[in-house]
Write a protein that binds this ligand. Structure first.
Ligand SMILES: NC(=O)c1ccc[n+]([C@@H]2O[C@H](COP(=O)([O-])OP(=O)(O)OC[C@H]3O[C@@H](n4cnc5c(N)ncnc54)[C@H](OP(=O)(O)O)[C@@H]3O)[C@@H](O)[C@H]2O)c1
Length: 247
């Protein structure tokens, strides 16, 4: 069993997920690079290792059925086999489904696809890894959400990057993810598992055509903080770099 703490980051081959893996690695954690594409995953692992991170590849498509060879269950078995432990799970993989997403025009299949990845994917991966996480002395789960999932912000009249464009699939998928985070926090209350949502801010990545004004490294900070929370820290909350985000 690994002496150092072990994290798994989903969608870690690029963008914010890659920087979460790099940041945790710099703190001395071993990091599983969850990614669905073999070449992109191996490239990210090699780059992290060259930077001195104890990184290992974990084939993982968060939408794959649990019976598939590359499923979350198989990924959990791989982490157990290779490192014997998991201390933090960072559910970072996500998609927007493409814009525009006016509710009057959107194809319902877009909503299904986005919810499948951003919500059901998180549920599938979390449940597959919970048995391993529960064996850790200080298990942490971080769901990378977005301020655009905040109903408080969505119901404000201000145009702001925290509110984003009208988006009938992406924004509600993050509200749904936040609601699921709360349900997990309720079920896991009284255990040592701490589970929180975070928003990375508006970050320049493939997700938004690199229009964000923050770097992926800046975007990773909130998730890294929540993945390494001390015992007795918050659970069932939603944070960004400035503090707590309203639901
Ligand atoms: N960028 C922002 O401004 C911003 C703001 C708020 C929240 N977020 C959230 O931050 C997270 C990371 O986004 P990002 O900006 O870093 O975007 P990104 O650069 O597009 O990265 C998304 C990652 O998710 C992976 N992914 C997508 N679907 C997957 C699936 N079915 N199975 C496994 N991996 C999958 C992608 O893998 P592939 O390379 O294989 O596609 C990629 O590694 C997302 O949850 C996003 O909603 C981003």
């Amino acid at each position: 069993m690994s002496e150092k703490p072990v994290a798994l980051v989903t969608g870690a081959n690029k963008g914010i997920g890659y920087e979460i893996a790099a940041g945790l690695g710099a703190l001395g954690w071993a990091v599983g690079v969850g990614a669905r594409d073999d070449a992109r995953r191996e490239e990210a692992v090699a780059k992290l290792r060259a930077a001195g991170v104890d990184a290992f590849g974990v084939p993982l498509d968060v939408t794959a059925d649990d019976t598939a060879a590359d499923s979350a269950t198989a990924a959990a078995a791989l982490v157990e086999r290779e490192r014997g432990r998991l201390d933090s799970l960072v559910n970072n993989a996500g998609i927007t489904g493409g814009m525009p997403q006016e509710p009057t025009l959107i194809d319902p299949d877009t909503i299904r696809t986005v919810v499948e990845t951003n919500v059901i994917g998180v549920l599938r991966v979390t449940n597959a890894f919970l048995p391993l996480l529960r064996r850790s002395a200080s298990p942490r789960i971080v769901n990378v959400s977005s301020s655009v999932g905040s109903l408080t912000y969505q119901s404000s009249t201000q145009a702001d990057t925290k509110v984003g464009p009208i988006a009938a699939a992406y924004s509600p998928s993050k509200s749904f993810l936040n609601a699921i985070t709360l349900q997990y926090a309720r079920e896991l209350a009284g255990t040592n598992v701490l589970i929180n949502s975070c928003c990375p801010g508006y970050v320049a990545t493939d997700l938004n055509g690199f229009r964000g004004h923050r770097t992926p490294e800046q975007g990773a900070a909130a998730a890294i903080r929540l993945a390494t929370l001390a015992d007795g820290g918050p659970t069932g909350k939603f944070f960004d770099d400035e503090g707590e985000v309203p639901w």
